[in-house]
Design a binder for this molecule. Structure first.
Ligand code: MSP
Length: 518
């Protein structure tokens, strides 16, 4: 099994602009990737775009454009978002890239050769809007189909199918034997419940080109393109394949690359709405192809705003770029990571965001760093005194608890554990009142101890916070006069600041905002 910690996000549909939900998923995945790197692991972080399908074909046509050119333009905006969010992805896959197309076709050809697909004629109802076949079960009591499906038309169509039924038992067994495979537990139980109570239908894997041309051609029938999931899910292996991962190339019969990294299997971070595809279809596709199953699937919750679904049509949206313009990227990263436990749904309120910014970032962390450095500059000309041990035990406990939380993907818990130290250190300032001590020469030695404890705590906090607010961590290190980056967990060891080291004049990390502003 690969030593690299390979982590992926869902690949976003390219139609439309990125919103809070997309940004959230990418940020938490980045936090996990950074935390593993900080802890010394080799990490490979993949994100990207899902560019095929009817919606893209229609959106491009509506603008009178070629779908590839349409995707190329939108991809620029999505990649800009990734950069703006400070993501540390190692690759960005677009499903219209040749390296992806060739892996999808290789996989399909292999499964076809091995007799894994069947053909069948579908006769029923079709929703163009949702690109899905509907059955009588989908009708409302009044006989119509729900409005989300738009115009529903009768359709008779021959397609290729992937039978899933025969895989149900081993998949149930796998979920039972590997409780960590799907996290959080309540999501795993949902999948298990579904698998135990329903019989898996054959998965339709094709669309005739006469109806949908914007897709990857089936290598064994050029009248068809492959439909959604065989295309989208395969991104997780097409990047390892293109990079020569021997665990994938060997199985798919692709050319090897000497010294290529072993990436697969991955940890997939996805939203709860696409859990079934990742936890049921994807493992079956992999198993049938002879590829090891994913390491883990982490299903996050969904955001609403002000208790309502995010929706462009009603204007109930949060534009991550606008929030970042106003508050800074770290405030955004902090809020979304701190607000939700992985798996839980969230509710964005502007007031809640501003309150956390003010209380936790500006008055909590920002104030601690600012006053600790200010006092050192004022009372000791910015020179670090001899190491002392105040706050050392508290720092060690917080480091330990934060690390355990990161290990268990409890990102909210990690921030809570870190903030115990922020709060404790701010309290320590009130308790020891260094500003009073500074007036009394007899207390000089004690003041040295207090000042050391404070600046060293700030330094350790910078390291602990790097996965979530990397820019702020780097600024704390700069203000501490350190040349290195706060990106190594080992530097949480107490005593990193040496006696005599010179810090800089502090600058506000989180400028206070006028909350009265409408
Ligand atoms: N293209 C598919 C995924 C293919 S993965 C092989 C897709 N795209 S999407 O753009 O609709 O969604 C991308 C991700 O964003 C999904 O994981 C989805 O759950 C997440 N979110 C979309 N809206 C969301 C919220 N309102 N809140 C949180 N995450 C949400 O599905």
């Amino acid at each position: 099994m690969s030593e690299t910690f390979y982590i992926t996000t869902a690949i976003d549909y390219v139609n439309g602009a990125p919103h809070l939900g997309h940004a959230y998923e990418k940020v938490i995945t980045d936090v996990i990737a950074r935390s593993r790197r900080s802890l010394g692991r080799e990490v490979f972080f993949l994100t990207g775009l899902d560019e095929h399908g009817q919606k893209v074909q229609q959106a491009a046509a509506a603008e009178g454009r070629d779908p590839q050119a349409y995707c190329d333009d939108l991809a620029v905006a999505w990649k800009a978002m990734a950069a703006r969010l400070d993501l540390t992805h190692d690759d960005f896959i677009r499903t219209t890239e040749e390296r992806h197309r060739s892996t999808v076709q290789t996989l399909l050809a292999k499964l076809h050769r091995e007799g894994r697909f069947t053909t069948g004629t579908y006769e029923g109802w079709y929703s163009y809007k949702e690109e899905t076949f509907l059955t009588e079960k989908d009708r409302l009591p009044d006989g119509t189909f729900p409005a989300v499906y738009g115009d529903v038309t009768p359709l008779t169509e021959r397609n290729y199918f992937f039978p899933l039924r025969e895989h149900q038992e081993w998949l149930i067994q796998h979920l039972e034997d590997h409780p960590e495979f799907i996290q959080p537990d309540f999501r795993r139980n949902e999948v298990l419940g579904f698998l135990r109570s329903e019989t898996l239908e054959d998965l339709c894997i094709s669309r005739p080109k006469s109806r949908l041309s914007w897709g990857i051609t089936l290598p064994f029938d050029t009248d068809y393109v492959t439909y959604v999931w065989f295309d989208a899910l395969t991104n997780y292996i097409s990047v390892p394949a293109a990079r020569g991962d021997p665990g994938i190339t060997g199985i798919l019969g692709l050319p090897g690359i000497a010294g290529a990294p072993s990436l697969w299997p991955a940890v997939h971070v996805i939203g709860k709405d696409i859990l079934k595809f990742h936890a049921v279809y994807w493992p079956i596709m992999l198993r049938v192809a002879g590829i090891p199953l994913p390491r883990q699937i982490l299903a996050h919750g969904w955001w609403q705003k002000d208790g309502q679904k995010l929706s462009k049509s009603t204007g109930n949206v949060v534009d991550p770029m606008a929030v970042i313009d106003e508050w800074g990227v770290d405030a955004f990263r902090y809020y979304v990571t701190r607000e939700l436990d992985l798996g839980a749904d969230g509710n964005w309120t502007d007031a809640g965001f501003a309150a956390r910014y003010q209380a936790e970032l500006a008055n909590g962390l920002g104030n601690l760093v600012n006053r600790s450095l200010k006092m050192l500059v004022s009372y000791r000309a910015g020179r670090v005194p001899r190491p002392s041990g105040d706050l050392q035990a508290e720092a060690r406990a917080a480091v330990q608890a934060t690390r355990e939380a990161y290990d268990g993907f409890r990102l909210q818990g990690a921030l809570q554990a870190t903030w115990e130290l922020v709060t404790r250190a701010n309290k320590f300032v009130e308790e020891t009142a260094p500003f009073k001590m500074a007036k009394d020469p007899a207390k000089a030695a004690r003041l040295d101890e207090v000042l050391y404890a404070l600046v060293e705590t700030c330094r350790i906090l910078a390291v602990m916070l790097w996965p979530v607010i990397p820019g702020t961590s780097a600024r704390i290190y700069q203000q501490l006069g350190l040349e290195t980056a706060p990106d190594r967990w080992v530097s949480t060891e107490w005593g990193g600041l040496a006696e005599g080291h010179a810090v800089r004049e502090p600058q506000a990390l989180f400028p206070r905002k006028d909350l009265a502003k409408p």
